[in-house]
Design a protein around this ligand. Structure first.
Ligand code: COA
Length: 382
């Protein structure tokens, strides 16, 4: 296998972007990524997308996007793993370069969620239709059950969860690409509308439009495109049961643990090496479960990490310095690529007000469904 580097990146702002279509978003992010590396053509394209067919009635995204980038003839395919589609697309691009098949790959995630589709029901198609959706459960409901279980066990409190939203909004307020650039208080979270008890609106990621793109090349060719490449040191993916109730312990994201252990093994690194992480906080409770499963914090440390400052900028492992899904936004197919762009910026020292001092190693974790799929990438400054 060849060493793989990220050599360019670009993304749109995340938010309710009424003036841009699915293809506009993709092209804007892809051109920004290509431009940052001084490239105008690639060997292959991977499009991370969860549900454009349902959100905007558009399938066959590979050729559509190659066409609109003016790259006729280039192999291009859409990769789907629900909300982990972006991370899964990145993994396909990584394997394409590592195998020696391609020398320059574009990986871009995109989602257009605000064009009038029944978003909650479209998202629910990523859970188990027969045993979950049929009975009326939605994603806020599934994660609420995880939160409820943790609260009944006494491992996590409602206030622990409030603090995660507060921290991620504080980080997102410093990110010009974020959907919500406003700080919120614990009281704001506690008073926000109940969505699925105990999760309130400010515990939820929002409904978003956006796209994010990275360019990958073999590490030994990376300096053709940039003087500061970032190496993908490890890539791990795993799956678990599609239905939450089928897991031995629904409050334990075994899929995250397995995908992380594979990425740590490939990178030859232990969790202690990780200096910052972007994790899949689709609901605040997911950030707690992910920190535990990634071995970045354990037990009460993970639950209280935002409250104590452990996972805030300036803490032991700053988590979601971009604002996370909660504040930056969650255009589902784009999220996994955007997470990696935050690490790319951080490891190159280009994260502005959000910069983690002397960042060398970062981890991105992107999850599908209630924990049925997970992709972890470990990035390292070269
Ligand atoms: N966090 C912060 N503010 C939010 C928000 C969120 N998650 N969702 C909406 N808002 C804001 C809107 O910007 C709007 O503000 P404004 O009045 O200043 O314009 C206001 O709240 C009302 O927005 P609206 O779109 O009417 O909210 P809603 O009630 O339709 O949707 C949720 C709120 C939480 C139900 C929706 O964001 C949601 O379903 N989130 C989860 C998405 C999801 O499941 N993703 C997949 C995860 S696996």
């Amino acid at each position: 296998m060849r060493d793989v580097a990220i050599v360019g990146a670009g993304m749109t702002r995340f938010g309710e972007l009424w003036d841009a279509s699915l293809r506009d978003l993709f092209v804007e992010a892809a051109l920004a990524g290509l431009g940052s590396a001084g490239a105008d053509r690639v060997d292959s394209i991977y499009v991370g997308n969860m549900a454009a067919g349902q959100f905007v009635g558009q399938e066959h995204l590979g050729p559509l996007m190659a066409d609109h980038l003016g790259m006729h003839g280039v192999p291009a395919v859409r990769i789907e793993s629900a909300c982990a589609s972006g991370g899964a697309a990145l993994r396909m691009g990584f394997l394409d370069i590592a195998s020696g098949q391609s020398d320059l790959v574009l990986v871009a995630g995109v989602e257009k969620m605000t064009d009038g589709a029944d978003v909650t029901n479209v998202l629910a198609t990523a859970s188990d239709q027969e045993t979950e959706v049929y009975h009326g459960i939605t994603f806020p409901g599934l994660y609420a059950m995880i939160a409820r279980l943790r609260m009944e066990r006494g491992t996590t409190t409602e206030e622990d969860l409030h603090w995660i939203a507060v921290k991620n909004h504080r980080h997102g307020a410093m990110n010009p690409k974020a959907q919500f650039r406003r700080e919120i208080s614990v009281d704001d979270v506690a008073r926000s509308t109940m969505v699925a008890e105990p999760l309130r609106m400010l515990h939820c990621s929002p409904v978003s439009d956006g796209a994010a793109a990275v360019l990958l090349a073999p590490l030994d060719q990376a300096r053709r495109y940039t003087d500061r490449p970032v190496r993908i040191a490890g890539s791990g993916m795993a799956t678990s049961t599609i239905a939450l109730a089928d897991r031995p312990d629904p409050a334990d994201l075994d899929v995250v643990r397995l995908s992380a252990e594979r990425a740590y093994a490939m990178a030859g690194m232990s969790p202690e090496r990780v200096q910052l992480a972007e994790v899949h906080d689709c609901f605040t409770v997911a950030e707690v479960c992910c920190l535990e499963a990634l071995h970045l914090a354990n037990g009460s440390e993970a639950s209280q990490a935002a409250r104590t400052g452990y996972s805030a900028l300036g803490g032991r492992v700053p988590v979601n310095t971009s604002g996370g899904l909660k504040s930056k936004g969650h255009p589902v197919g784009a999220t996994g690529v955007a997470q990696v762009i935050e690490l790319f910026d951080q490891l190159r020292g280009e994260a502005g007000e959000r910069q983690v001092p002397d960042a060398h190693v970062g981890l991105a974790q992107n999850m599908g469904g209630s924990g049925a799929s997970s992709v972890v990438h470990i990035l390292e400054r070269v």
